[in-house]
Design a protein around this ligand. Sequence first.
Ligand SMILES: Nc1nc2c(c(=O)[nH]1)N[C@@H](CN(C=O)c1ccc(C(=O)N[C@@H](CCC(=O)O)C(=O)O)cc1)CN2
Length: 283
Amino acid sequence: MTSARLMLGNGLAKDLAADTARRSEDFHQRAGRRPCLATVLVGDDPASVTYVRMKQNRCRQAGIESRHVALPDTTSTEELVAALTALSEDPEVDGILLQHPVPAQIDERAAFEAIAAGKDVDGVTMHSFAAMAFGLPGYDSCTPGGIMRLLDHHGVDPAGRHAVVIGRSPILGKPVAMLLLARDATVTVCHSKTQDLPAIVRTADIVVAAVGRPEFVRGDWLKPGAVVVDAGYNEGNVGDVAFDEAMSRADLVTPVPGGVGPMTISVLLDQTVRAAFEHAGLG
Ligand SMILES: Nc1nc2c(c(=O)[nH]1)N[C@@H](CN(C=O)c1ccc(C(=O)N[C@@H](CCC(=O)O)C(=O)O)cc1)CN2
């Protein structure tokens, strides 16, 4: 039985982080301060606490200052918007990250829109989405941006290929569909109401699984030779694709862990340093 090649993210994420650290130090020398990322966490969801801590650690390694705002899980939309507006107006803050998901009483879209476009290094605002959709310069949503970098690194050109995105979340499915479309893929976005999902996936040259359900995509759904990007980050480090089944059918597969995940934070740091240069007029 043939086996697919792995599309590993660890090494590429490290290379990007090393380049970011060099640019961060250059910024420090020229601006007399370090780039600064503000992380905002509402509540104490354990996975979110872990992801925010990973982001802070990676900031430290890259010479990026991180400032943390922790809010209780009873926070209202108005209170969160006020905190994000204050960070948007703070000249010492270059980038703002609001960890998703937020508690149910909060209007997450209203909160994201309180992030100034020039500080949206996580690519979650409508402004950033429009830039992704039109293929204009801007800040990518981090996981989708990481996926595009992974595809480029492995020589996968989306132009003219049928990409099937499973999932339509605002920070993953929708933006990755826009980035693929901007690179001339023919894109189909599938979701919970899609009829006969396996039949649609079987027509895909590139599959992006972003459903949030462990091992949801089965090997016999895949066209032989497909490129499979697993953007799942389920509990226990399990992806959205049945990995062994995909490996015996596809050409390229991202593993979980070690595929898309590590790219997410590297893109966030890269975009934070880019924002710092732009704010200081050094870009
Ligand atoms: N505001 C945001 N919220 C969330 C985002 C986001 O991009 N912006 N993404 C996800 C979670 N996430 C970051 O927040 C994230 C998930 C997974 C990884 C990662 O590196 N995973 C590793 C395994 C990690 C481990 O060993 O525990 C991997 O796949 O190899 C990074 C970031 C939801 N929220």
